[in-house]
Design a binder for this molecule. Structure first.
Ligand code: SER
Length: 354
């Protein structure tokens, strides 16, 4: 018998590390025998590696994936591996390979496994505000809270990749092998579009919303920070525990309650200046200046100021635990202070829901 697993690709990244903790807690709370299988080009930090079966490798290595399928029964996949928006602009071909071809490989794997099991493999896909592209600042101001189907005109390779992969996921779950005499069971595709994510434990790399977490982590280390966007630029953000909660909650939502495959989720909307003010409230010695890089600025200008996440709230009870005040006061600042000072323990470890 193959061991049953939840698989996480890109597990050594920011969301991946937080998701491992959440899935390990979920498994402990539910006393589940399902293990966590992680895949990443990089090793995991030792304290996470001991909680999972970690495989170091690429999502594009089909030989490796074949071996994993022969050893494990994959019940759900959190496909997180991706090159973020700034990095993808520097290497668009590599981004397409990882972000699109990698997703296609995983979707095929999930479709085959679903057919083999006669039961859909759940496929959780983090998408992004980068799928939106507003043409100018006047339009951005006018359409402040965009809905899922509005302004789907991405201006980055990453945004194009994410939007297309949403479509591929829908295709595989609803139409793949639609002309077969007896259409086999296919996968169950679910996606959330994240705003900029802010973690207390990791710093993102290669994204364009990175100025938020970068200024906070720099301030906590007593380092100067030159923010690469204008003070007035506004996008939505979310604390990492809420991002993980969105993935886990969407994964467990009953299929019949879902009216769409792709959902906006968000928490708070801040201008870069307001983000700085939050940092200064807790770290008054922070030295943050604004020195916009016009090219990266243009990308952030094309992203919406806020997201309308009412569909997620209505269909699967989405609600972030951390608004802006709670995010900074209870999650970000205390944990970041500990991270850069001797005590490494995490504040307010979540408990099992009763
Ligand atoms: N955080 C991502 C990026 O900056 C956007 O979702 O690329």
């Amino acid at each position: 018998m193959r061991a049953k697993v939840s698989m996480i690709t890109g597990a050594a990244g920011e969301v991946g590390q937080a998701l491992i903790r959440a899935l390990a807690e979920r498994a402990a709370c539910e006393q589940s025998e399902r293990r966590i299988l992680t895949l990443d080009l990089n090793p995991l930090p030792p304290e996470l590696a001991e909680q999972v079966i970690h495989v170091q490798g690429s999502v594009l290595d089909t030989g490796l994936l074949d071996r994993l399928v022969s050893e494990y029964e994959i019940e759900e996949i959190f496909h997180l591996a991706a090159l973020l928006s700034t990095r993808a602009e520097f290497s668009p071909d590599a981004a397409h390979r990882v972000n699109v071809e990698g997703t296609l490989v995983l979707l095929h794997l999930a479709a085959q496994q679903s057919e083999w099991r006669g039961e859909p493999v759940r496929f959780l896909f983090p998408s992004s505000i980068a799928v939106f592209g507003l043409p100018d600042l006047a339009t951005k101001e006018q359409y402040a809270r965009v809905r899922e189907w509005e302004w789907n005109y991405p201006t980055t390779m990453y945004g194009c990749n994410k939007l297309y992969c949403e479509m591929l996921g829908i295709y595989f779950s609803r139409h793949y092998r639609q002309l077969a005499a007896d259409r086999p069971t296919s996968l169950d595709f679910r996606s959330v579009r994240f705003p900029g994510l802010v973690s207390a434990f990791t710093v993102p790399s290669g994204g364009t919303s990175d100025y938020g977490p970068e200024m906070l982590h720099a301030a906590a280390q007593g380092k100067r920070y030159a923010c690469f966007v204008r003070e007035d630029v506004r996008i939505p953000f979310m604390a990492m525990p809420d991002a993980v909660k969105a993935l886990v909650d969407l994964a467990k939502a009953p299929q019949e309650s879902l009216s769409r495959p792709v959902y906006n989720v968000t928490s708070f909307s801040l201008s870069a200046g307001e983000f700085r003010d939050q940092v200064l409230q807790y770290l008054p010695d922070a030295q943050i200046t604004f020195e916009p890089d016009l090219k990266r600025q243009r990308i952030v200008d094309s992203w919406p100021a806020d997201l309308d996440d009412s569909a997620a709230r209505r269909d699967w009870g989405w609600a972030p635990d951390y608004d802006v005040d709670r995010a900074f006061a209870e999650y970000l600042v205390p944990n970041i202070r500990r991270r850069y000072h001797a005590d490494q323990s995490e504040v307010s470890a979540p408990e099992c829901a009763s």
